[in-house]
Design a protein around this ligand. Structure first.
Ligand code: PLP
Length: 764
């Protein structure tokens, strides 16, 4: 029933072994000729042509090519509960294995300023073919659909031949398996015409696919070969095959059963036993006789086993046996030897390797969790089986920065920097730079215009370079908020708090600066530009600051400047005044300044660190009119500190740095402080609403004491969501924090727009 081949004493080359154990002849060339008219017909045809092809090749005219949802639902409802349970168990195991196949993003810094990032992106649309033929394979539905779903392919269609017994629908178990996995797009079409339908699409019936996967007969394989290029293919699956490498320790009954398990698929299926044991070979032959006679498809099996493609091969040693099976590159390879696990490690060419007597190929066919769509015909030498990877493409994103010309004597430490650049693009809802969304009232706008008009008549003169009036007003403003007693001597004003930060570095940078990331990205950036060494301390996973750890870092690094942002940007997290006091002591110990960046202080209930300045002269508080004060366009920031700190600011400021117009506008704004700060309460309320909305969508939001929030819990890259929001007119901020995005609280309409757009994106 099965031929024997004695390779003992004949060490052959890889090709030699391949010639000794050939595959069954497959006349793909003839099949290509046969399918050509079918491909042409589908390419330019209509549903009527597909119906006619079904009649011709499947012997039945389906009611429609697209399987109605009701048929899918009915198939699932009618599915034998035992089969359903088995499919569910298999699905769970397949998911377990394939979930581990997803790949992360890799970023390679090739040279300074040159980065290549590889991201794995799913194909947009895939067509999965499930054969009808001699047996029903609902497992093939699982093996194809689940990896595609895990790869996040957004559009999945399935085709399977119409069956005469089922009124022209595909086999009900196939339909049930589709329904079980949530597949709704199924076509009753088989063979070459199914592949052509996926490759070309058909107006009003089926959209063109990017990729087709799944096994099939020779005509399906021929169609894949003919259409590769028009559509991507997984592989041209040929007849199934099993090779078993066994020694005297193997049980003849097991070996025979496993050979039969693949031989029963097809008359041209291959079953090859490679063994060192004459006794095993003889016993297997006996077992085959007995078992084949008893099986349902004995004629088919007998034909498969007696074909040229099947053999019992005698070898001298396991080492020679390994050479033989490596040359053969079987779709399925079983190792049933004394040291099966070790021998298996020497396998390089096989679709899948089944180790030991308790891992038969039939387990892999259904519910080992491994994939059963595997390379046949020796293709295992160059290809792997179906996996999540089949549905993904590795895209390289190449990003090289400007290379500065040699004639330009740019400072070394600047060459690798990129300029501050929150994307400045038009959007209906601009929620990216933490501005206050409420514009000044017409009255305030008029008052500013009037004051600027007055100042304009003196613009031939330099402004007050000490901005005394403005600094006095800012002092009074702080005193009303914090119950303090500051005069202009304790206040410094500049073009935004960014200029204040720069001045602090210029004045005090000698022993370097320390900050706790993630925090305001401009602190380290300005430090580098000014030439101050910056060191990053960390935060806890929930973004709160571990003060004990911070104090250890301060004592160890002895920085001249320690930066703490509270409420922190971009995380919204807060530091208690008591904790700030601990840091004040620690920084004083190392003769350093503690710089508290309070850009968002107005949004939190915590008392301001200005209260500490009297007791701790090394505490410096920076604030801004850009955020709560709704005055970002005017560029006014200020500092509250011991007068000696302010005196040092005079050393580093540029003469007349604050224009007369800026000073005038800021003075008016301070007169309208009630109006400008009046929106803070509204924004705090809106913040609570946005957080509740995001949480109801299953997202995680870090507690925020500022006018922005960061959220996480979506499983695509932040940049992708950022882009999709922008496409819907909503601009938020990708702060480069893994898995997180930052959104500034806007007005009611803007917040609604953001939530609506995000819902739409996440539901897709
Ligand atoms: C926005 C912001 C600033 C800068 O504000 P300007 O006064 O506009 O320069 C400073 N610090 C932090 C933490 C900020 O978020």
């Amino acid at each position: 029933m099965i031929r024997s081949l004695d390779l003992r004493g004949k060490a052959l080359t890889k090709v030699g072994y391949q010639k000794a154990i050939p595959r069954a002849k497959l006349d793909i060339a003839a099949a290509l000729v046969a399918i050509e008219p079918i491909l042409q017909k589908v390419k330019s045809g209509t549903e009527a042509d597909l119906l006619q092809l079904a009649e011709e090749f499947d012997g039945v005219r389906p009611p429609s090519i697209r399987v109605p949802q009701s048929a899918l639902d009915k198939a699932l409802a009618d599915l034998d509960p035992k089969i359903r349970a088995a499919l569910e168990l298999s699905a769970e195991r397949i998911r377990k294995v394939h979930n581990d196949q997803t790949r992360g993003v890799t970023t390679t810094k090739v040279v300074d300023g040159g980065v290549v990032t590889e991201r794995w992106i799913p194909v947009d649309r895939v067509g999965l073919y499930v054969p009808g033929g001699r047996a029903v394979y609902p497992s093939s539905v699982l093996m194809n659909v689940i990896p595609a779903q895990i790869a996040k392919v957004s559009s999945i269609a399935v085709a399977s031949p119409p069956q005469k017994e089922f009124g022209g629908l595909p086999h009900p178990t196939i339909l049930a398996a589709c329904a079980l996995l949530g597949i709704t797009e199924v076509y009753a079409v088989g063979g070459a015409q199914a592949i052509a339908l996926f490759a070309y699409g058909m107006d009003g019936l089926c959209e063109k696919c990017d990729l087709v996967t799944g096994p099939g007969n020779i005509y399906v394989a021929a169609a894949k070969r003919a259409l590769r290029g028009v559509i991507g293919i997984d592989s041209e699956a040929g007849p199934t095959e099993i090779a078993i490498l066994a020694d005297e320790s193997a049980r003849a009954g097991d070996v025979a059963a496993d050979l039969i398990s693949q031989a029963e698929h097809d008359v041209i299926a291959a079953a090859v036993l490679v063994t060192t044991s004459e006794k095993l070979a003889a016993d297997v032959v006996k077992e085959l006789e007995v078992r084949v006679a008893k099986t349902k498809h004995s004629a088919r099996i007998r034909e498969a086993l007696s074909g040229i493609q099947s053999a019992i091969v005698m070898v001298d040693s396991i080492a020679q046996g390994l050479d033989v099976v490596n040359a053969y590159a079987a779709e399925h390879l079983e190792i049933q030897t004394q040291n099966a696990a070790q021998d298996a490690l020497k396998i390089r060419n096989a679709g899948a390797v089944f180790i030991g007597r308790f891992s038969p190929v039939s387990l892999g066919d259904y519910s080992a969790g491994s994939n059963h769509v595997l390379p046949t015909g020796g293709c295992a030498c160059h290809s792997s089986g179906l996996s999540v990877q089949t549905f993904l493409r590795g895209l390289h994103y190449i990003e090289y920065e400007k290379k500065w010309p040699l004639w330009l004597p740019l400072r070394d430490e600047l060459t690798s920097l990129s300029p501050y650049g929150a994307p400045q693009v038009p959007a209906e809802a601009t929620l990216n730079t933490n501005e206050n969304p409420y514009a000044p009232s017409p009255e305030l706008a008029q008052a500013i215009a009037d004051r600027v008009h007055r100042v304009a008549t003196t613009l031939n003169r330099y402004p007050d370079r000490d901005a005394t009036v403005l600094r006095t007003s800012l002092g009074k403003f702080i005193n009303t908020l914090s119950g303090t007693n500051f005069t202009a001597d304790s206040i410094w004003a500049a073009n935004g708090s960014n200029e204040i930060i720069q001045s602090l570095f210029m004045a005090f940078g000698d022993r370097g600066a320390l900050g706790f990331t993630p925090s305001y990205s401009m602190h380290p950036l300005i430090a580098k530009v000014v030439g101050v060494t910056w060191q990053d301390g960390g935060r806890r996973a929930d973004f709160t600051l571990d003060t004990a750890k911070a104090i250890t870092e301060i004592s160890g690094k002895k920085p001249a400047l320690t930066f703490v942002t509270t409420p922190n940007n971009p995380t919204g997290t807060l530091l208690k005044i008591g904790e700030i006091e601990e840091l004040a002591k620690a920084t004083a110990q190392v003769s350093g300044l503690l710089v508290i960046d309070e850009a968002y202080a107005e949004f939190s209930k915590e008392i301001s660190a200005v209260a500490l300045i009297e007791k701790y002269p090394n505490v410096v508080v920076i604030r801004t009119m850009s955020k709560a004060f709704a005055f970002a366009g005017a560029r006014v920031g200020y500092l509250v500190a011991n007068p000696d700190v302010v005196d040092a600011m005079f050393l580093v400021r540029l003469p007349y740095h604050l224009s007369a117009i800026t000073q005038a506008a800021a003075e008016v704004a301070l007169e309208y402080q009630a109006e400008l700060l009046g929106t803070v309460a509204t924004l705090i309320d809106s913040r609570a609403k946005v957080i509740a909305d995001l949480e109801s969508m299953g997202l995680t939001v870090a507690p925020s004491s500022a006018n922005f929030i960061i959220f996480s819990g979506f499983n695509v890259e932040p940049a992708q969501i950022w882009r999709q929001l922008l496409d819907r007119g909503v601009l938020i901020r990708d702060v480069g924090l893994l898995g997180h995005l930052r959104m500034t609280i806007g007005n009611e309409a803007e917040n609604q727009k953001f939530i609506g757009a995000l819902k739409e994106i996440l539901q897709k």
